[in-house]
Design a protein around this ligand. Sequence first.
Ligand SMILES: Cc1cc2nc3c(=O)[nH]c(=O)nc-3n(C[C@H](O)[C@H](O)[C@H](O)COP(=O)(O)OP(=O)(O)OC[C@H]3O[C@@H](n4cnc5c(N)ncnc54)[C@H](O)[C@@H]3O)c2cc1C
Length: 356
Amino acid sequence: MVHAGLYYTPGSLRATLCQAGGRKLRSYCGTRGIPFDQCGKLVVALDDDEAQSLRSLQARAIENGLTGVRLVGPPEMAEIEPHVQGVLGLFSPSTAVVDFGQVAKAFANDIVESGGTIRLGATVQSLRADGEGGVVRAELDDGEIVFGSVVICAGLHADRLAISAGDLEDPRIVPFRGEYFELIESRRALVRALIYPVPKPRLPFLGVHFTRHVDGSVSIGPNAVLALAREGYRRRQIEPAAILELLRYEGFRKMARTYWASGLSEFAGSASRRLYLRRAQRYIPELEASDLGNRSAGIRAQAVDRHGRLVDDFVVHRRGSIIAVRNAPSPAATASLAIASYVCDNFLDDLPLISA
Ligand SMILES: Cc1cc2nc3c(=O)[nH]c(=O)nc-3n(C[C@H](O)[C@H](O)[C@H](O)COP(=O)(O)OP(=O)(O)OC[C@H]3O[C@@H](n4cnc5c(N)ncnc54)[C@H](O)[C@@H]3O)c2cc1C
């Protein structure tokens, strides 16, 4: 999904880079012939409290400079999404969908065409700079590569690699699994475009939503369940070392004390298909258990600081010739091209880019 930038704190990197990135991505897709479907999205309030939050969300969207975002009552909601129920909606006309797999392939082509090399399946074990501003040595499974400078964009392992390069211990990445169901093909008409819940205050995740992808398939999700392994894509995947690492981190312990109730509720929704369905039915009552098809999952790399706060904004650190993207949660795919410009303009101007 190409986010319009409704939610983010005005003036934050997330707010500014989301919008700039969305514009860049749209024009990039145009030049590369990648379908970009500006289908719009409907955020749905289920009761009066949520309707109040929706009004605040609209005010924030306006503060963020978004145009055309408007509140819609049930009759107009029914025109936009005929199967949805709710007391009030917020329609964002500029939200879009794109196939990020195609975008990533186009980025890869650009790198290769401009003389770069891509190595897949190669794990960087650690990074080390030879003194301030010196070359950077990357330790791979099969030997060392020397670079003039390095930008770490390692998602779920961003903290581990950055720390290996001498960066701060804080913040650390906490993995949250997001589980999806695919809506079976014969019931795709239940969702025309994008249907979202009103986000819960204090939580950085947007809640289970309905997404019609560019290929016409529809997904429901993701929830946000603490993963018991950094790459814990499956529910029963457990990595004792990763759990120990979390428990040793005071930021995680503080976070767990604050969010234990919503954490348990997410675990319950993950364990029970019926509960997951019931939560989805609050938006589309016609949904039935047999409508939920294949299950899949992604993992969010969410940075948590030592005070137990889920870090809201994008975070980039620099140590000598190593730049580390320490927190790049959603909408970092939308913002990817703008994040790249931000890193180049603010961190790389005095550094050699080519491999040493
Ligand atoms: C379920 C889900 C849904 C999302 N939906 C959206 C959306 O609709 N719109 C949006 O804008 N954003 C979305 N996001 C967020 C977006 O995907 C991320 O913000 C973005 O991918 C972060 O980019 P990144 O480069 O920091 O990390 P990643 O995309 O995770 O890339 C990091 C890469 O580094 C590799 N790597 C890690 N460690 C090492 C190592 N030691 N050696 C070698 N390679 C390594 C990894 O294998 C990976 O390929 C979603 C995220 C999730 C989890």
